[in-house]
Design a protein around this ligand. Structure first.
Ligand code: ADP
Length: 481
């Protein structure tokens, strides 16, 4: 399979480079195990060079006007959209998601580039009424400096643009380490950034076969001012600790354990539709995918049956094939985790309504599955499933639903369905989550603040809040007037 956007070198200081060690690591298609390409396996010294390049570039980039930065971002946005089909195919090849979802991700990912290019021009400060007549007080916003971004494989494009676009728009420079499984989409983005006219060193994309060494440089190097990470909670905690020695700013978008509550006053058809969209997106492998369905007694059976019926109808296969709705899991470890969680649940009394087996296609494929009689002691109630298992728990009343929903250290996305306005306000305010979908299963958009409470993270991405993560506020006191 040849794709015109495949690049097999890292991008540092405007150059396409190998690792100093000349080591490479293979990128394989999770749908069939075939090797697609190889990319450099960077070590610490390679990563340090990228940070130094970003630091040199920052000295000039920070002096550009917002309008200049907006124009370059706009060109990058246009190029990403012009290459939507090739980018989408590349993404499906390396991460397995169905082509239609990959195309959706290109548009979604590009929307952050468009949005933050526009926001670059609106990073206003304040003129603050003075407490003394001989002085004036101002607050201005300035770029924080070199930003590192460490991103996961489940959104190979959007998790990069969501961090890099606000950073670059703010006047920062960036070093990105994409996930080891999905660096090709990232390198394609670097190619398009080069074509868009990014000056050398403003955006650097470095690849590695594992996150630890490069991640250490990106979170400890004194020239890095800010670390933005999306991935698992344990790695996020390690990065926060590593960043502490040099007091870096951090943005963390970590794991979730999303509840999806269906109250007895909900429109059940709409709830099932929202459930399908939220649960099975990217084969269950997103941090905002439903992890726990909580359904009120009187509508429990109807909801479970309808969800099972729809789940049974999902088409599983290679994401490049027409009509496929569910791709493979990212790798064997991902599939084994699903099997382990499923076995733990059935051992403790869960019942399988549909699915429950490795898929006949073999490899990393697993049958979309619906389980009922789920209880909080089962591992899949406590851990992120990251796979196509719908696990349904029964509740009696609103208080119990909220108690169950909040009974987790995580707090990223929650969803609920209800037709009662007073309940909608009560429940929205009671849920300890950064994002709440109300009668809606798909919540991501560049115009809204995305991020988690509790151990799901720090900071917000997207919206007008998102650029503040890359800006310092400086107070100017002008005296002697
Ligand atoms: P996921 O379950 O999404 O793979 P991870 O947290 O393992 O979540 O990975 C997300 C990103 O973090 C990837 O780019 C990965 O290479 C990187 N990573 C993994 N371990 C570390 C580490 N110890 N330090 C820095 N980055 C890491």
């Amino acid at each position: 399979m040849t794709n015109p956007l495949i690049r097999q070198k890292s991008y540092v200081n405007g150059q396409w480079v190998e690792a100093e060690s000349a080591r490479v690591h293979p990128i394989v298609n999770p749908a069939n195990g075939e090797q697609i390409a190889t990319v450099p396996d960077f070590g610490k010294a390679d990563a340090e060079r990228a940070v130094e390049a970003a630091h040199t570039a920052f000295k000039t980039w920070r002096t550009t006007t917002a309008k200049e930065r907006a124009q370059i971002l706009r060109r990058w946005y246009d190029l990403i959209m012009q290459h939507q089909d090739d980018l989408a195919e590349l993404m499906t090849l390396e991460c397995g998601k169905p082509l239609a979802e990959s195309k959706g991700e290109v548009a979604y990912g590009a929307s952050f580039v468009e949005w933050f290019g526009e926001e670059a021009k609106r990073t206003y400060g304040d003129a603050i009424p003075t407490p003394k007549n001989d002085r004036r007080i101002l607050a201005i916003k300035q770029p924080v400096g070199v930003c590192s971004a460490i991103t996961p494989w489940n959104f190979p494009l959007a998790m990069i643009t969501r961090k890099v676009a606000p950073a670059i728009a703010a006047g920062c420079t960036a070093v990105v380490k994409p996930a080891e499984a999905t660096p090709l989409t990232a390198l394609a983005l670097a190619d398009l950034a080069e074509q868009a006219g990014f000056p050398k060193g403003v955006l650097n994309i470095i690849t590695a076969s594992h996150g630890v060494d490069v991640g250490e440089v990106l979170s400890t190097h004194p020239l890095v001012s800010k670390v933005s990470f999306t991935g698992s909670t344990p790695v996020g905690k390690a990065l926060i600790k590593q960043s502490a020695d040099t007091v870096k700013r951090v943005s963390m978008e970590l794991g979730g354990n999303a509840p999806f509550i269906v109250f007895d006053d909900a429109d059940i058809d709409a709830a099932v539709e929202g459930a399908m969209a939220s649960k099975y997106r990217n084969t269950g492998q997103t941090c905002v995918c439903v992890n726990r369905f909580l359904v009120q007694d009187s509508v429990y059976d109807a909801f479970a049956q309808a969800l099972a019926e729809k789940t049974k109808g999902l088409t599983v296969g290679n994401g490049l094939d027409d009509g496929v709705q569910q791709g493979p899991l990212i790798n064997e470890a991902g599939r084994q985790k699903v099997e382990t969680l499923l076995k733990d649940a059935t051992d403790k009394g869960a019942k399988i309504l549909t699915g429950g087996q490795p898929h006949a296609l073999g490899g990393n494929f697993f049958e979309p599955t619906v389980l009922t009689d789920i209880t909080p002691d089962m591992r899949l109630s406590q851990e992120e499933i990251f796979g196509p298992l719908s696990a349904i728990t029964r509740f009696k009343d609103e208080d119990e639903a909220i108690l169950l929903a909040n009974d987790t250290p995580f707090g990223l996305a929650a969803y609920f369905y209800s037709g009662n306005l007073a309940r909608i306000w009560r429940v929205s305010e009671a849920l300890d989550y950064g994002i709440v979908g109300i009668n809606e299963g798909i919540i991501s958009t560049e115009v809204a603040p995305f991020g988690g409470m509790k151990e799901s993270g720090l900071g917000r991405e997207g919206s007008h809040y998102g650029i503040d993560e890359y800006l310092e506020i400086k107070y100017l006191c002008m005296g002697g007037l």
